[in-house]
Design a protein around this ligand. Structure first.
Ligand SMILES: [Zn+2]
Length: 79
């Protein structure tokens, strides 16, 4: 049996935990991109009045800011 002191055991435990979190993080990021869960850039709108950034997948050319109610056109959104 391998003899470890408590500080080595705690260090290895933290290291293994961090590596496991990183592996899960990368796995779920790749899975989200493959499944299309991440919103496309065309669905992300930025209000020029209140600088609110939100997702609106229903609007094509004109969107209404949910924060201040102003109208945002696609051309304004690209700036
Ligand atoms: Zn707004």
């Amino acid at each position: 049996m391998i003899k470890l002191d408590i500080s080595t055991f705690v260090s290895l435990h933290i290291l293994v935990s961090v590596i496991a979190v990183l592996i899960f993080w990368i796995f779920f990021e790749i899975r989200a991109k493959i499944n299309g869960i991440c919103p496309d850039d065309k669905y992300i709108w930025r209000c020029n009045i209140c600088l609110n950034i939100y997702v609106d997948s229903l609007s094509d050319d004109i969107s209404t800011c949910p924060n201040c109610g102003s109208y945002i056109t696609r051309e304004q959104n690209k700036k």
